[in-house]
Design a protein around this ligand. Structure first.
Ligand code: GRF
Length: 193
């Protein structure tokens, strides 16, 4: 049976697009059942609509506190019968109770070779530190940001003259290969196949 994924976004949605494209393969073990954004202006919402995927917007400012925000998200995930969450550029930290509840079924992609460069601007910091390579990681989400077990990684070289932008682009190409592969692997292990 095909697993229902909820992809959480806040912006551009290029990883969402790569996941949606992978789902076109009939042998892919999952489908995107929901795209959830905390920003109504996220361009990734337009991508979801083009692919006929339901969207939900949850604006954190509209909630009294983080627990209410997380609880509302959870209810929507139940409505859409979600099996797995893929965070793809989602710029809100989810609370520990929510994360524990989805333990082993919530993934994130980060543009660094974790455990190096957790948090914001990892590409810029890798350049400032004179690294010769960088890359991207898909990992399980735990309450501490970018700290869960790494599922898969891909490397890229850092080239002379790289800027945060050129490095980000090179990493992003690898993200688009890595995330669908990592999701496939997790879904297969959850279903025992
Ligand atoms: C990606 O670089 C991802 O690694 C990071 O946020 C960015 C999201 O890009 N977590 P997009 O919205 O998928 O294009």
């Amino acid at each position: 049976m095909s697993a229902g994924i909820a992809v959480f976004i806040s912006g551009r949605g290029s990883n969402l697009l790569s996941i949606l494209e992978s789902c076109k393969d009939p042998s892919y073990p999952a489908h995107v059942a929901l795209v959830l954004s905390n920003r109504p202006d996220a361009t990734g919402l337009d991508i979801a609509k083009q692919y006929g995927v339901p969207t939900e917007v949850v604006e954190h400012a509209a909630y009294k506190n983080r627990d209410d925000f997380d609880e509302d998200i959870n209810q929507r995930l139940m409505e859409y019968k979600i099996d797995l969450i893929a965070l793809a550029g989602f710029m809100r930290v989810l609370g520990p109770a929510f994360v524990e509840q989805w333990s082993g079924r919530i993934l994130n992609i980060h543009p660094s070779l974790l455990p190096k460069y957790k948090g914001l601007n990892p590409q810029k910091r890798a350049l400032e530190n004179g690294e010769t390579q960088s890359g991207c990681s898909v990992h399980f989400v735990v309450p501490d940001v970018d700290s869960g077990a790494v599922i898969a990684q891909r490397c890229v070289p850092i080239l002379a003259g790289d800027t945060p932008e050129t490095l980000s682009e090179r990493i992003l190409e690898e993200e688009h290969i890595l995330y669908p592969q990592a999701i496939r692997r997790v879904v297969q292990s959850l279903s025992g196949s």
